[in-house]
Design a protein around this ligand. Structure first.
Ligand SMILES: C[S@@+](CC[C@H](N)C(=O)[O-])C[C@H]1O[C@@H](n2cnc3c(N)ncnc32)[C@H](O)[C@@H]1O
Length: 341
């Protein structure tokens, strides 16, 4: 069931081609001005993609926990082997200044109030076996996570609620393309007040010099921390991934289409797409689900590729590209200052 959404827009492909031209042996399930989504195992899309063709791979694979449920009783070490097959291809298809950002959650060991270290083993393997550099770790603060496992958190009350997931930023070389000016946050009221009042130059006990140079607020915003969260009530709603009222969810409910159960908020791909790519660059999400990432890339004028092996998730993903969703239905971005270029 192929669909195409084309709009009359200025396309900023730069030197690039439409992404469907990179996946020669497959027909897209869904195609837009900037991208193409494929209904298949990502290995098939990766096999077609030329070396050094993608600037950013941003993805959230099934975590080991979910992997077990959906794909049989696979042990966590098998998960790492499974994932490395894809990761080797990710490295091949990335440009030399490209990045791979992995959203992954932790989990508990079965029947024990202790945490698995499988995701840390995966991180080490991605660096030591595949050869990625760890550019930086970031965290997604997700206050909407359930207090699980119930046995330890809500029944025996011996563990606390997990509220973060990892966002590991890997790069192919030590110097990936990145510009933090594109993700500046609005200055806090305190910072604006300080700027008006003026700063007392001092040396902190830590040895850091506090000079007035760092309080110049004419540069457009403050450098964001590596915790991707929101500080105001309105955006808290947006960052949780349980929004019942966004355009995608409403359309799925209206048409009886299965809602993807493990979506990430648009703010996550938006942050890294702005930080790590330019207009016209290619962003690929190999475990696309409802294709949140592709829709954000489209809205930001980046080319995109997506692959997902469950048809019902791709059916719902098409709502994300409706004109109404493009305006604000994929999640607004008021925490972030608009791009500098
Ligand atoms: C955590 S979900 C991604 C959700 C997505 N970030 C969103 O916002 O909707 C992971 C997805 O990977 C898909 N998947 C798992 N193995 C796959 C494979 N080998 N090829 C393509 N998709 C796969 C699953 O069906 C699932 O929808």
């Amino acid at each position: 069931m192929k669909t195409t959404v084309k709009r009359q827009r200025d396309l900023h492909f730069g030197k690039g081609v439409h992404p469907s031209a990179l996946v020669k042996s497959l027909e897209p399930f869904h195609e837009t001005d900037f991208g193409a989504a494929y209904l298949c195992d990502s290995e098939r899309v990766l096999a077609d993609m030329p070396d050094r063709s993608a600037n950013l791979i941003f993805t959230s694979p099934p975590y080991a926990l979910h992997f077990k449920k959906a794909y049989g009783n696979v042990e966590k070490h098998e998960y790492i082997e499974w994932f490395l097959r894809f990761a080797k291809q990710f490295k091949r298809v990335l440009t030399d200044d490209g990045s791979f950002v992995l959203n992954i959650g932790g989990s508990y060991n079965k029947g024990s109030p202790t945490r698995s270290v499988y995701h840390f083993k995966l991180l080490v393997a991605l660096v030591e076996e595949v050869g990625f550099h760890l550019a930086q770790e970031a965290f997604w603060y997700n206050p909407a996570k359930m207090p699980m496992p119930a046995e330890w958190v809500t029944v025996r009350r011996v563990r606390i609620k997990d509220s973060v997931e990892y966002l590991w930023w890997f790069s192919k070389t030590p110097h990936p393309k990145a510009n933090n000016r594109n993700v500046l946050r609005p200055y806090s009221a305190d910072m604006i007040r300080l700027n008006k009042r003026g700063v007392l130059e001092t040396v902190r006990p830590s040895g850091h010099n506090i000079t007035s140079r760092f309080t110049d607020i004419s540069s457009g915003g403050s450098i964001p921390p590596n915790v991707i969260d929101d500080s105001d009530a309105e955006s808290m709603l947006r960052l949780g991934n349980n929004s019942a009222n966004d355009y995608y969810t409403k359309c799925c409910k209206r048409d009886g289409v299965k809602i993807h159960p493990a979506r990430f908020p648009a703010a996550l791909p938006e942050f890294f797409i702005k930080l790590l790519t330019d207009k016209g660059d290619l962003v690929y999400d190999p475990f696309a689900g409802s294709n949140t990432c592709g829709a954000v890339a489209e809205r930001l004028g980046r080319r995109w590729l997506a692959s997902e092996n469950v048809e019902e998730y791709l059916i719902g993903s098409r709502y994300r590209f409706d004109e109404a969703a493009m305006v604000n239905g994929n999640g607004k971005s008021s925490v972030l200052v608009s791009e500098s270029k």
